[in-house]
Design a protein around this ligand. Structure first.
Ligand SMILES: [Zn+2]
Length: 74
């Protein structure tokens, strides 16, 4: 079994909501398959998943949009 690089916790496969930022663009991915540390919550994305995210980010026509508040601290 794989363990977390940071804390040594167990790694679990999960589908999560992932917020991906690319320059000024923010895309929310739902049901993204990742490996997550059950102890510290560190996410591990496989190279295939990262490639898929990059492809989708460049070309996606989303069916759903979310309003995202932006708070700028002084
Ligand atoms: Zn961990």
């Amino acid at each position: 079994m794989k363990v977390c690089y940071f804390c040594g916790g167990n790694i679990e496969r999960k589908k999560i909501r992932h917020i991906h930022q690319w320059g000024d663009k923010i895309i929310i991915f739902e049901n993204l398959p990742v490996e997550v540390c059950s102890q510290c919550g560190e996410k591990y994305l496989s190279p295939d998943t990262i490639e898929m995210i990059d492809k989708i980010t460049a070309t996606a026509e989303p069916k759903k949009y979310a309003r995202i508040p932006v708070i700028s601290l002084p």
